[in-house]
Design a protein. Structure first.
Length: 186
């Protein structure tokens, strides 16, 4: 039985290095691991309890919840915007946290990785994403980390999927997440 990991990318930019890092995860996922990059995070409206009503949940939010519900674990890819995680990623976590105590992220292993231009690779943003995912009910894998600094220069001419050091580190992260995931019955 395959382990299903849902990847949420916190950057909407077409040439996002975090998107490329997620693509590298898909390409280099070990046998028996399926990683799906969630498409449509930009379409999910800002969380508002007034619109989170059974039977009228916005379709894009429902699709996000369904994708997370099918997943055995989540892998969040976060750049760093002004010292914290992007709003689109936080919003996705907020939608996955509801209904309170029984959200689609509840109890599932969650790891946070990413790359950023700065010398620390976005660690502040990734720490904030871990905090939010944990408060949302995810089983955050606090020791599973990958922060790649200098993204603009490091990936100027090389896709992360073609960087041997990145691939090795990313594969290790995926293996650690997979070890914590329990495949759902098909």
């Amino acid at each position: 039985m395959s382990v299903r990991i849902l990847a949420l990318v916190g950057s909407l930019r077409a040439g996002s290095h975090n998107r490329q890092l997620a693509e590298a995860a898909v390409k280099h996922a070990p046998e028996g691991v399926d990683i799906e990059i969630f498409e449509g995070l930009a379409d999910v409206p800002f969380y508002n309890e007034d619109i989170d009503v059974e039977g009228t949940v916005p379709a894009s939010a429902a699709v996000l919840r369904e994708a997370a519900g099918r997943a055995d674990a989540l892998l969040l890819f976060s750049p760093e915007y002004n010292g914290t995680m992007p709003a689109v990623l936080k919003n996705g976590i907020d939608w996955l946290s509801r209904p309170y105590g029984a959200g689609a992220i509840s109890g599932k292993p969650v790891a946070v990785v990413g790359t950023a231009f700065g010398q620390y690779g976005g660690v502040w943003a990734q720490d904030e994403a871990r905090k939010a995912a944990g408060v949302a009910g995810g089983a955050v894998l606090e020791d599973v980390k990958l922060s790649i600094p200098g993204s603009v220069t490091r990936f100027a001419a090389t896709h992360p999927a073609d960087d041997a050091e990145v691939v090795a580190s990313l594969t290790e992260v995926i293996e650690q997440v997979t070890a914590q995931a329990t495949p759902a019955a098909a």
